[in-house]
Design a protein around this ligand. Structure first.
Ligand SMILES: *Cc1c(COP(=O)(O)O)cnc(C)c1O
Length: 485
């Protein structure tokens, strides 16, 4: 194997700033005071916060060292399935940082915010076009927030038609946020199993769809990385009983410019701008989860909406059936600017090509690794593929052991133990931004690890060996978090 990326390197220890501080140190010097000093009022001289005294170099080294403990899409391959951790072109970040955009105050009147409003108006049009739907809102702050918005839209639709319903169908491959959004909106999630091919069958939906079911939430491509081939027929079954079809579009990276969701029966869907449209995520935000709808759901979209009136852009509240406002101001505008810049700089042909390359890379990974790892569904995949630890069970090696060992080879592990329908799942989403050389290195690393699993299982049980932090007690960390360090 070529030399692995993983290294112990020079990664320095770093204590908390509180432990580093020494009374009297300072990061700046003020000019000599040329006025008489004056004692502060009594109430201002009490105990202040206990901040450490630090010099400039203390602070710079502290944060530089901490930054080097990190791993992100700018460091290396990060094939975390379902998360689309692709490299994001720096130009998009640069546009979002332009002073006129970054410094625009959300309380400025529309007359002084024409640029931002135009950007939002046009981004809505682009996303509407990319998804093949009829209208878009940019308000939701993340995918799960978009799901909740979608559920509220469906609820608004049924309410207007005077037929309240109580259930939503959610397949067993769904992201955990789907049943949560359903429940948060007051609906009961009705689980359905996917078939032996890893997708939904029309019959399974036929069996559970009734007049008390408000609709279905269907992730397409689904979390096994497979296209829901029966979606049109499923939509027919749901529509015939008066239900709505919600598509979780977090996996749009596989189908941009390829599938028009609006023409295959989808009534409402969300997108994750922070996955597909050039905002890095993984550190917790900010995100953006626009919701795209067909005409019949448009009256319910959140307000205010950006509309064009005589060549001017204004915020309109004039939508009496709207579900209302979803959050303060208009959403995470910085994320929208990055998506706008990404879409404009790519153009329709390159967006399509990005999806095609994402699918090609995942299929390459699947074919190259399927003799090494157990492949859960041996059929062409979309943007990600799901393996498992089935072949390693006899060596007493688990998915977790292999994921930890990958870090020693210098790679971020894939998503593990999700989706739940595959025991010991290893879900790899290479994305379109990785070169063949990088994919080959990842494949080689996995092959080496599987050999180690057979020849030296103890090595894997003790992995990672080279990382700064070894195996954490994740349960303890969740139950008793030590936030002070
Ligand atoms: C990421 C993801 C979500 C949730 O998106 P957030 O922005 O994290 O709320 C929902 N569904 C699928 C399939 C996803 O991959």
């Amino acid at each position: 194997m070529t030399e692995s990326l993983g290294t112990t390197g020079l990664i320095l220890n770093e204590p908390l700033l509180w432990e580093k501080g020494k009374k009297g140190r300072s990061g700046f010097s003020l000019p000599r005071c040329d006025v008489e000093s004056f004692p502060l009022a009594q109430e201002l001289t009490g105990e202040g916060p206990d901040f450490p005294d630090l010099s400039e170099v203390d602070v710079v080294r502290h944060y530089t060292r901490l930054s080097q403990w990190n791993f992100g899409v700018d460091t290396g391959m990060y094939p975390l399935g379902s998360c689309t951790m692709k490299y994001n072109p720096k130009t998009n970040e640069k546009q979002a940082g332009l002073p006129g955009l970054a410094g625009a105050h959300p309380l400025l009147p529309a007359g002084l915010s024409q640029g931002i409003l135009r950007m939002m108006f046009e981004l809505e049009l682009y996303l509407t076009e990319i998804t093949g739907m009829d209208a878009t809102t940019l308000q939701p702050a993340a995918g799960a927030h978009g799901e909740l918005a979608g559920m509220l839209l469906i609820h608004g639709f049924h309410k207007r038609n005077g037929m309240q319903r109580s259930k939503i169908i959610v397949p067993d491959t769904a992201h955990g946020t789907n049943p949560a959004s359903v429940a948060l909106c007051g609906y009961r999630p009705i689980p359905v199993e996917s078939n032996e091919q890893g997708i939904l069958s029309v019959e399974a939906i036929h069996d559970v769809m009734d007049n008390d079911t408000a609709g279905i939430m269907i992730t397409n491509p689904n979390t096994l990385g497979l296209f829901e081939e029966n979606i049109q027929k499923i939509a027919e079954v749901v529509h015939n009983k008066g239900g709505m079809v919600y598509c979780d579009g977090a996996n749009m990276n596989a189908v941009m410019g390829v599938v028009k969701m609006g023409t295959i029966g989808v009534d409402v869907m969300h997108l994750n701008l922070h996955k597909t449209f050039s905002t890095p995520h993984g550190g917790g935000g900010p995100g953006s989860g626009p919701v795209c709808v067909k005409k019949h759901l448009e009256p319910f979209l959140p307000v205010p909406r950006v509309v064009e009136e005589n060549g001017k852009y204004v915020l309109s509240e004039d939508y009496p059936e709207s579900i209302g406002k979803l959050q303060a101001f208009q959403g995470n505008v910085g994320v929208m600017i990055k998506a706008y810049s990404y879409i404009r700089s790519m153009g329709p042909e390159n967006l399509k090509k990005a999806s095609q390359l994402a699918v090609l890379n995942a299929n390459y990974m699947k074919e190259k690794l399927k003799g090494t790892l157990h492949l859960a569904y041996d059929r062409p995949c979309m943007h990600e593929c799901v393996f498992s630890d089935k072949h390693q069970i006899d060596d007493h090696i688990t998915t977790l052991d292999m994921a930890k060992r990958l870090m020693d080879y210098g790679f971020h592990p894939p998503t593990v133990y999700f989706p739940l329908v595959v025991d010991g799942a290893i879900m790899v989403e290479p994305t379109e931004t990785e070169s063949k050389e990088d994919l080959d290195q990842y494949i080689e690393a996995f092959k080496a690890i599987v050999n180690e699993a057979r020849d030296d299982p103890d090595l894997l049980h003790g992995a990672p060996k080279k990382c700064k932090v070894k195996r954490l007690d994740e349960t303890l960390a969740a139950r008793k978090p030590c936030l002070a360090g």
